[in-house]
Design a protein around this ligand. Structure first.
Ligand code: HEM
Length: 376
């Protein structure tokens, strides 16, 4: 498992080592150093966030924008991800998750990744964005190209770029349609995006597409991956599962602990200057990886860090990042996870692994499939 491999690296190499993938980069391996890096965009720019690709021909917004410009984008986007708005979607999400799981119950088995984890958050997201649900399969193919094409080098970068161009081309068409037929009552993000302004000026189309692209990547894949690891844990830890079944009110606490123990997003930054950073001799322009997985599972930070303990209490984990770029979708993600765990365990309290799952790495770690079975 990727988490186990990173644990072993962390135990051997603290707080930093040199990773030789692609052109090479630093990799920080403890909570304190990772948090410090994320909180200092003046030292570590997020203009690049893929460690093996130091000069990318793309700019995802807002993640690849540094302060002070960055705050203006957060201001524009905040209302679509506020706690209040997310809460208003909860009943609809329960209904949707219930329907999807109800279909699976009589089957007695499923691939949790393809049949639920990738479907539910994607439908929620397309509704929020105002994208047609019937094109979901195509969206997921593009998503895979961008985030799940592994390795480094020109060929791999070309495939990723191809996926990004397809998504931006798609949004460009959608924006044209909304401009031609504006609906003043529409609440979805794309319908509103055509009116967004920064510093009193309309946002140019390139920046708008770069922002919709980032939302697309963040919205389709992350919750799916996080949910898959959560369910893998619960399928293989019956005592934790039994607690959720017996008392669903602990689900929000369980979600938080599962987020801490299985951080799926591994990010990176580019050094803005020569410096000694926690003993590491950094040169301006160096890339460094800041893996949230190392932060969340750091034994120096949390006792028994690699063990899931629903009674752990508040952990200030970094699974949603830290500093100015902390995840904008964290309320939505938490709610989606809680909704699925609640609706699933109400209907399918007992289940087990039908097959050993396989994983993918990259920027967002995830499972390729998670075959579960239960008594019909
Ligand atoms: C469990 C699911 C999720 C996890 C673990 C997660 C994790 C993260 C992390 C670690 C970052 C910071 C990356 C960095 O600093 O380089 C981030 C940023 C972001 N996330 Fe999430 N995320 C999740 C779900 C979502 C969802 C559903 C959305 C909604 C579309 C979203 C939108 C964003 C955006 C827009 C940013 C960039 C924020 C900025 O640059 O200011 N995320 N996320």
């Amino acid at each position: 498992m990727h988490f186990g491999m990173l644990d072993a690296t962390q135990d051997d190499l603290r707080p930093v080592f040199r990773n030789t993938e692609g052109p090479g980069y630093w990799m920080f391996t403890d909570y304190e150093t990772i948090l410090d890096g994320l909180q200092h965009p003046d030292l570590w720019s997020s203009s690049v966030i893929v460690p093996s690709d130091p000069n990318p021909p793309y700019k995802w917004i807002p993640i690849m924008i540094d302060p002070p410009e960055h705050a203006k984008w957060r201001h524009v986007l905040a209302e679509y991800f506020s706690p209040g708005l997310v809460k208003s979607l909860r009943d609809e999400q329960h209904h949707l998750a219930g329907e999807l799981i109800e279909e699976l119950v009589p089957e007695g088995s499923c691939d949790f990744v393809t049949q639920l984890a990738r479907v539910f958050p994607s439908i929620v997201f397309t509704r929020l964005m105002g994208m047609p649900e019937d094109q979901l399969d195509q969206f997921l193919v593009w998503e895979d190209k961008i985030l799940h094409t592994l390795g480094s080098g020109d060929e791999v970068n070309a495939i990723r770029l191809d996926g990004m161009m397809a998504v931006m081309g798609y949004f460009s068409g959608l924006i044209e349609q909304r401009r031609a037929n504006p609906d003043p009552d529409a609440h979805d993000i794309v319908s509103n995006a055509i009116k967004w302004e920064i510093d009193g000026e309309p946002i140019n189309d390139t920046d708008l597409l770069n922002c919709l692209l980032l939302l697309f990547m963040a919205g389709l894949d992350t919750v799916a991956s996080q949910l898959s690891y959560a369910m893998l844990h619960l399928a293989t830890h019956p005592a934790d599962r039994a607690r959720i079944v017996a008392d669903p009110s602990i689900i929000p606490k369980a979600v938080e602990e599962l987020l801490r123990a299985y951080p799926i997003v591994q990010t990176a930054r580019k050094a803005t200057q020569d410096m000694d950073f926690h003993g590491c001799p950094v040169k301006a322009g160096d890339m460094a990886s800041f893996p949230m997985a190392a932060a969340g599972r750091d034994e120096n930070m949390y006792p028994d860090a690699r063990k899931v303990d629903f009674d752990r209490g508040v952990t200030r984990h970094l699974s949603f990042g830290g500093g100015p770029h902390r995840c904008l979708g964290s309320h939505l993600a938490r709610q989606e996870m809680a909704v699925v765990l609640e609706e699933w365990h109400r209907r399918i309290p007992e289940y087990e692994l039908a097959e050993e799952p396989t994983e993918h790495g990259g920027q967002v770690w995830g499972l390729n499939s998670l075959k579960l079975r239960w008594e019909r």
